[in-house]
Write a protein that binds this ligand. Structure first.
Ligand SMILES: [Fe+2]
Length: 168
């Protein structure tokens, strides 16, 4: 007797999830590069913070992989973008992180809207990722606000003190 083949995900759903998977790996690579740069600059505390960010992005990627795999889809892993190698300083790093998180936030919003009509369970699956993305945008937005305050009286000591306090 032939055994029944279980159902799988819609192709469009898979392609959208793979786009978000690529975003998560790109983010993981970006934070890894940033952590290395910070380490080299002597920003020890913030380097540790960005290494944790890279791990978080990897966790998000794994969640998406598990969801697709659980639905019997075997897929090719996305190629990861080379992250920026140009950092003009700590403020630039935070600005780049904010831009990345905001772009991911918009991408999760867009995919979630599509999934709402295509596949409600995928929409539900994306909800914690979307809310986490919202938290990340707020976190970096707060940092930019604090840095704007410091920038009125910016000197390297103020910046050093800020990162020591923020990331201890
Ligand atoms: Fe993420």
């Amino acid at each position: 007797m032939p055994v029944k083949t279980p159902k799988t995900l819609d192709k469009l759903v898979v392609s959208k999830l793979l786009e978000r998977l690529k975003d998560e790996y790109d983010a993981m690579y970006f934070y890894t590069a940033v952590a290395n740069w910070c380490q080299g600059q002597g920003y020890e505390a913030i380097a540790k913070f960005f290494k944790k960010e890279a791990e978080n992005e990897h966790d998000h990627a794994r969640k998406i992989e598990k969801y697709i795999t659980d639905w019997n889809v075997f897929f090719e892993l996305p190629a990861i973008e080379q992250p920026s190698k140009e950092y003009r300083g700590l403020i630039d790093v935070i600005e780049q992180a904010y831009d990345l998180e905001y772009a991911l936030y918009e991408a999760y919003e867009e995919t979630s809207k599509e999934m709402f009509s295509l596949d409600l369970c995928v929409f539900d699956f994306l909800t914690p990722l979307r809310l986490g993305q919202n938290e990340s945008v707020i976190e970096y937005s707060d940092m930019l606000n604090e840095l704007q305050t410091i920038a009125a009286d910016v000197n390297s000591f103020a910046l050093y003190y800020w990162q020591q306090e923020k990331f201890k």
